[in-house]
Design a protein around this ligand. Structure first.
Ligand code: ATP
Length: 325
């Protein structure tokens, strides 16, 4: 009988810890008698048949490395029925009987649609710095990005204090405020402007009126990047216009939030999830995301994982307000 393979790919934005997950899936699969093929550049590489078998040696010395050795991409073609048809044909040619997809909500949405159209087994792993997938407490890459942000804000604080400045620091997260809210608490920032708490104008007005600068000689407001409201620059421009007394600066942390070596606990998380993907396959699961909840590995149907906004713990908003007086 022809040998069947597990195919593995990383998709969407890269996240630190993806390599640790690739290593775990590959080694756990081989340990359990499967063979593995690495698919390069996400769905784009699946469609283009950019695929190579992975051995245990191929995933040596990567657990500590940021980024993804399989590379990643955003694939316009995979969003079309023709693209997915081609992806299915390539899976047949390559004898790939199951796909492990490491990515964020877009990647898992693609996997859900693909599995509805074709008789394919897909297992997802939450790989995104945004921590916005439902049903898992944490996503691969989140903690490392959070720590990077906090280190940057500590440095910005030095200059903000020296010049008596108000800094708006923009962090990633798209429509999710996890990175902004948690980094604000961890860095002792005065406020976080996050999508989950959007009352618009007046997140900013509330902070200014609270007079947080009266007792402090610097202020840092973390702003979640958001396509909807223009991010940190928008708030800084508003302050310049509406509160000209403030000496305002903006720092957009950008892509440095994605890079770097995964933290120890997130290497363990990625290892558990990667092994969990293979356990899921062996248990006959399909079209689920492997997550971690209350320190247990869990399987969450794709439809659940991507269903809508993962709720942020609202008590954190209160805690940040209390602790930044
Ligand atoms: P991150 O959270 O880091 O942004 P992501 O997985 O959410 O990661 P996206 O760019 O949203 O990143 O999605 C990655 C890829 O998944 C897309 O480029 C596309 O190929 C596929 N994808 C996303 N949405 C769909 C969809 N509705 N149908 C088919 N494929 C999709």
């Amino acid at each position: 009988m022809e040998e069947k393979y597990i195919g593995i790919l990383t998709s969407g934005g890269d996240a630190s810890g993806m390599n640790a997950a690739i290593r775990a899936v590959t080694r756990s699969a081989i340990f359990n008698g499967y063979r593995v093929k690495g698919i390069y550049r996400g769905y784009e590489g699946l469609i283009a048949d950019d695929i190579k078998e992975l051995t245990t040696e191929d995933v040596s010395n990567i657990i500590q490395r940021g980024g993804t050795i399989l590379k990643t991409a955003r694939s316009q073609q995979f969003t079309t029925p023709e693209g997915r048809k081609r992806a299915y044909e390539v899976m047949q040619q390559e004898n790939i009987s199951a796909l492990v997809i490491i990515g964020g909500d877009g990647s898992l949405t693609g996997a859900r649609i693909f599995a509805e159209e074709y008789d394919v087994v897909c297992i997802g792993l939450p790989g995104t710095i945004d921590n916005d997938l439902y049903g898992t407490d944490f996503t691969i890459g989140y903690d490392t990005a959070l720590n990077t942000i906090v280190q940057c804000v500590d440095k910005i604080r030095d200059t903000a204090t020296s010049h008596d400045r108000l800094f708006f620091v923009e962090v990633m997260g798209r429509d999710a405020g996890f990175l902004a809210q948690y980094s604000a608490i961890a860095s002792g920032a005065e406020a976080a402007i996050i999508p989950e708490d959007r009352t618009d104008a007046d997140q900013l007005e509330t902070f200014i009126n609270r007079g947080f600068r009266k007792t402090k000689n610097s202020s840092i407001v973390i702003v979640s990047e958001s396509p909807k409201d223009g991010g940190a620059m928008h708030y800084a421009q508003r302050v310049e216009k509406e509160y000209p007394d403030y000496d305002v600066r903006v720092s957009i942390l950008g892509h440095l939030q994605r890079g770097g070596s995964p933290s120890a606990s997130y290497r363990i998380l990625a290892s558990r999830l990667g092994d969990g993907a293979v356990q899921a396959l062996m248990a006959g699961q399909r079209n689920v995301m492997v997550g971690i909840h209350d320190n247990e590995v869990v399987y969450i149907p794709f439809t659940e994982a991507i269903k809508d906004d993962k709720p942020l713990d609202k008590s954190l908003i209160r805690i940040l307000n209390e602790l930044s007086i």
